[in-house]
Write a protein that binds this ligand. Structure first.
Ligand code: TYM
Length: 452
């Protein structure tokens, strides 16, 4: 039985975003990408057992040289920008790495900082777990980690006010049950640190409505809600997410693939504000000078980054899908899990195989099996090559139940002691606020506000 407390010995991640200095590898990879120009991500390995993570492989850069950035700042940004590429291109360049941080951000000898969060809406499902939360637990030993429950994001669509505090608390309990350790990571509720909303307002002045209205998640969610019912908060939500990340001078943001575009916006806003208000301009205002924000990178896992629906291998597993049969919720009882797997969509091909585009359900379920058993992709491919659907589904259901059972048991323990959870959340918020307030004060100063 795999234990979610155990950190897998090797985890492979893709880092989307700026890398340090790997110019030669970047140039070679950029040439490849120019011909293939899909999503420009490169992989690297993090050794997460006893070794510190290695960032040795070339990484991609999701930096986008936007024309508005150039226009607004009136020429070449002071931060390095990939000037060799046309506007809109992603690249494998070594874009601006601000070397000075405004809120006592980490010098190189200090642990890098990692932040992430999940919305307390609906049930936390296998996609949230495999795409994000499971990976957090592997990072908390190596990095300074802050994990928050993004309750302010939960009100961007119609919601039940009676339930919000309950689901917020339950989401925090799930973090801990999945192995997030409050002695290593700061766990807190987003709305308990007021700086999130304040910085969002300041960043809003540099975010553009056109850019926000073209965000994929906004377009999808607003289409579903019907345009008349769409809140302003749904449109400006990515600015709040940028604030969540930039407040903490974060280096890495472990998320599923659907958050990549939000991370790109965050990076753009960081560079824009750094350029407009940081450096010498900030110094003239009495500040330290240098970059106001660190430009963060998304950390996307190679498997589990996009867990698909059980009823349609081409749609993402989602909290908002109308049918509960389409997802495995982390707290689903054993019989429900077995039943959902038994009824999930299959195909009529013989055997089981990864990566056949005509068999999205098969590939998805094999990946889930791989992740919950802790086996390698090759081991799973070998084990299941001649299996029929019936046998595979039984094995998958058993593996899922074995993996989720200890999480569910811990969840029950944690939620039975309200005082413990309150203490964890208030301590987490206190630590987070110290970092966040320092960033916020610097931004107020650099943007010219009268000191309090
Ligand atoms: P949310 O709550 O929609 O999802 C939480 C995390 O789960 C990942 N995820 C998935 N991963 C793989 N397969 C899936 N089917 C799947 N569905 C969801 C998401 O990528 C995410 O990592 N905007 C964010 C929350 C947020 C945030 C932040 C995250 C707000 N501020 C700052 C990081 C840093 C969201 O709505 O996630």
């Amino acid at each position: 039985m795999s234990n979610p407390d155990t950190i897998s010995s090797y985890s492979l991640y893709e880092r989307v975003g700026r890398t340090k200095t790997r110019r030669r590898a970047a140039a070679a990879a950029a040439a490849a990408i120019r011909t293939k120009m899909g999503r420009s991500v490169l992989s690297h390995f993090l050794s997460l057992s006893t070794n510190p993570p290695r960032f040795s492989a070339p990484l991609s850069c999701s930096h986008i040289r936007t024309s508005y950035f150039k226009k607004r700042t009136g020429g070449t940004p002071s931060l390095q920008s990939p000037a060799h590429l046309p506007a809109g291109f992603r690249c494998l360049c070594t874009t601006s790495a601000p070397q000075t941080y405004s809120s006592d951000g980490p010098p190189s000898s200090v642990k890098k900082r990692v932040v992430s969060g999940v919305q307390p809406t609906g049930n936390i499902h296998l996609g949230n777990y495999l795409g994000a939360i499971k990976n957090w637990t592997s990072l908390q030993d190596t990095y300074e980690t802050l994990f928050f429950i993004v309750d302010l994001h939960a009100i961007t669509l119609p919601y039940d006010a009676q339930q919000l505090s309950k689901t917020t608390r339950n989401t925090a309990a799930i973090y801990l049950a999945c192995g997030v350790d409050p002695s290593k990571a700061s766990v807190f509720v987003q709305s308990h640190v007021r700086a999130h909303v304040e910085l969002m307002w300041l960043l809003s002045s540099e975010a553009r409505i056109g850019r926000l209205s073209r965000m994929i998640q906004f377009k999808e969610k607003s289409r579903k809600a019907g345009d008349e019912n769409v809140s302003v908060a749904l449109l400006t939500y990515p600015v709040l997410m940028a604030s969540d990340i930039l407040l903490y001078q974060s280096d890495l943001v472990p998320v599923g693939e659907d958050q990549t575009q939000h991370l790109e916006l965050t990076r753009e806003l960081a560079e824009r504000v750094n350029n407009l208000f940081g450096g010498r301009k900030w110094k003239k205002m009495g500040g330290r000078g240098g970059a106001l924000f660190k430009v963060p990178e998304a950390l996307i896992p190679p498997a589990g980054a996009r867990v698909m629906s059980l009823t349609d291998g081409l749609s993402k597993m989602s909290k908002s899908a109308p049918s509960d049969q389409s997802r495995i919720n982390l707290l689903d009882p054993k019989d429900v899990i077995a039943n959902k797997i038994k009824r999930c969509k299959t195909d009529s091909f013989p055997g089981m195989e990864f990566d056949n585009p005509n068999r999205p359900e098969c590939s998805n379920l094999l990946s889930i099996y791989q992740l919950v058993t802790g086996k390698t992709k090759e081991e799973v491919a070998q084990e299941c090559i001649d299996m029929n659907w019936g046998t595979f589904k039984t094995n998958l259901a058993d593996a899922l139940i074995d993996h989720l059972h200890p999480i569910q048991a811990r969840y029950n323990d944690i939620t039975s002691d309200a005082t413990y959870l309150d203490k964890v959340l208030s301590e987490g918020a206190r630590k987070a606020a110290n970092i966040a307030d320092a960033t916020l004060n610097n931004v107020y100063q650099a943007m010219g506000f009268l000191p309090r």
